[in-house]
Design a protein around this ligand. Structure first.
Ligand code: PEP
Length: 265
């Protein structure tokens, strides 16, 4: 698997449970056009709802945009009603999957251990992984941010061999910033990213830690993207709400492209 070039930014659009087939078609068509001049300098993915994956995949084919799914089962197959396996995702053209999103951790009561199992099966099937970690407001207030992130990342990467790490990127998503309009400050996000990078260094080695892309997620929009990306520790964004509007997502892509070109090699 290819190793990330951590200088190059990655922007993911997490559509969550939004849109219709028609609205998603319009959004994707506009995104493909907006992404075309930026594809040489930024990596990007759309994380579409399951029913639209194949259709969206057919629209983005050849554009360089990656097809992402928002969820995957920890099981390979069998009597797991309502779940979707990594093999099935791969079969319909999915390249990358979100694992450990705080909404799934909370609403579906996904444990650290289950998330680790999902990461393992996704990687062994050949999918790339967008691993989400992040603390609640209460945890931040009580000074536990780094410990919570360390616990989450250690459990998620348990048993993951160094050779597979090139297919993983981390999204630091403080839960209090998701969907609230209250982004972390660029400085606070950078501190958490640096701590996560140190965790990866402790779990693996310094060169892998340096090469692992760490994205920020939590109320990223067209107004705050440039200042977030001014922090070299921030190598992209996982975007929820603002990814549903092509003009906003395109603006974030442009900010990422500009940040990439201004960073030293
Ligand atoms: C997310 O859910 O991954 C997210 C970052 O959402 P928002 O951008 O809406 O805060």
């Amino acid at each position: 698997m290819t190793q990330h070039n951590s200088k190059r930014m990655f922007i993911g659009g997490n559509w969550k449970m939004n849109g219709t087939r028609e609205a998603s078609t319009v959004l994707t068509t506009e995104l493909v056009a907006a992404f075309e001049p930026l594809a040489a300098s930024v990596d990007a993915a759309v994380f579409a709802p399951f029913p639209y994956l194949q259709h969206i995949g057919s629209i983005i084919r050849g554009s360089g945009l990656l097809l992402g799914a928002q969820q995957v089962s920890a099981e390979a197959n069998g009597a797991f009603t309502g779940q979707v396996s990594a093999e099935m995702l791969l079969d319909v053209g999915v390249q990358i999957v979100i694992i450990g999103h705080s909404e799934c951790r909370k609403l579906l009561a996904e444990s650290d251990e289950l998330i680790g199992e999902k990461v393992a099966i996704a990687l062994s099937t050949g999918l790339s992984v967008m691993l989400c970690v992040g603390e609640t407001w209460q945890e931040r207030q009580s000074g536990q941010t780094e410990a919570v992130c360390r616990r989450q990342i250690s459990a998620a990467l348990k048993g993951i061999h160094l050779d597979h790490m090139g297919a993983i990127q981390i999204a630091y998503e403080p839960i209090w910033a998701i969907g609230t309009g209250r982004s972390a400050s660029p400085e606070d996000a950078a501190i958490s990213h640096a701590a996560l990078r140190k965790d990866i260094e402790d779990l693996y080695d310094p060169s892998l830690a340096a090469a692992t892309r760490i994205l920020y997620g939590g109320s990223v929009n067209s107004a705050n993207a440039t200042s977030l990306f001014s922090q070299p520790e921030i190598q992209g964004a996982l975007v929820g709400g603002a990814s549903l509007k092509a003009a906003d997502f395109a603006s974030i892509l442009r900010s990422a492209s500009q940040a990439t070109s201004s960073r030293p090699n």
